[in-house]
Write a protein that binds this ligand. Sequence first.
Ligand code: OOG
Ligand code: NI
Length: 463
Amino acid sequence: MISQWQLRAAFAARLSDVYGREVPAYTTLVDVSREVNEDVLRAQGADAERLGSIGRVTAERHGAIRVGTPAELGQVARVFGALGMHPVGFYDLREAAAGAVPVVSTAFRPVDGEELARNPFRVFTSLLTPADPRFFDADLRARLENFLAGRELFPPELLALADRAEAERELPEEDAERFLQLAVSAFELSTEPIDRAWYETLEKVSAVAADIGGVRSTHINHLTPRVLDIDELYRRMTERGIEMIDTIQGPPNWKGPDILLRQTSFRALAEPRALRTPDGSVISGALRVRFGEVEARGIAVTREGRALHDRLLGRIDEHLALHPGAERGEVARALWEEHLPGTEQELAAQELAYFTYQVADRRPRDGSRPPATLGELLAQGWVQARPIVYEDFLPRSAAGIFQSNLSGEGSRDNDQEGTAHDAEWLSAAVDREVLDPFALYEQQQNRSLARVARELDLDGPLR
Ligand code: OOG
Ligand code: NI
């Protein structure tokens, strides 16, 4: 029998092979990431593994896919459900982007600590919003919805196998093999000719809309390795002559603990795609929609920590608006140094970030009773804290990555009222609950605190 985590790991690895064949620069990115990670491990030893074992980090990838209808998203949820991945978080990129990115998104990922440690594969999944009048007028919306209703992204055999794997949490070897073949091929770039006129109609509104609704299949948009030093990676890729976008998105490089997520990307080359012209002939054209992305992950922050982070992002923007020549990284670093605690201990004490707590191996053994508060337990060496790694995404960075890789700006009419979509609406679309990332981190932290209280035989809860 092949268990869900084995299916997930195999799916991620096979998708990586396919994507590497389709987009050779991705292979370079993976190679350079591996080299950087090996160098960081050599230089820092055990500290390099504070946010995940080197085995996990080396294998770690996130993918990005885009679909057109709630029904398609519901099918995606079944395929990823088979792999033990659940929808987490709601991202409204229509609001996060200034340009035309008419999608709302979630991320499918494992949610419990053990499953994440086995293989943390996650997929950022975006759903087109044809009902939003800021992007689509009534006529285009109708044509788009009609086009989407007529396509099939996932064959019934795949969905049936997926449902079985989700219900039984494993598949017999032969069925697992069939499931993996069908699942991987559903995300390969199709060779079917694209209706050029239709594609261009959508492209005028948004390149993202064309990539989703202009073709009769879906494909992996990018696959992102995790790197332990993203500044070094950026330098090495640039040295190799690969043109990166001009910044690393997210928090700055600074001397304190890394929080959340830092990402950067490059635009992939134009890929040959078959196009059908209005007279019916098929020509060989080229589309530039896919890209290479890389990320460094930091500590998951609490709601308070996130509010502080978001305020600081606002301050960066204000500063750059007043001083257009300033360098973003430097502005951000100065703000981080002024406002964010410089140690993990302080992040924990101020409840700005999430940690798991364990009873220390070498706690006092002189028969003394443990103190009653978490602060004292930590200070006196009874308990150790380990940071919880951020497993999710950042809407601002996601929008930035989307936009920096689009060819045209597209168009949007901000005089129109946008259609309201929220986590609840998305839950109905995927037909399962879209989970709240903060609640997941908090549960993980609270469970570890309850275990500590039990093992040390403490009277009350620790927080
Ligand atoms: C998704 C963009 C967002 C990330 O890492 O923030 C993303 C897309 O381009 O489809 O992948
Ligand atoms: Ni991404």
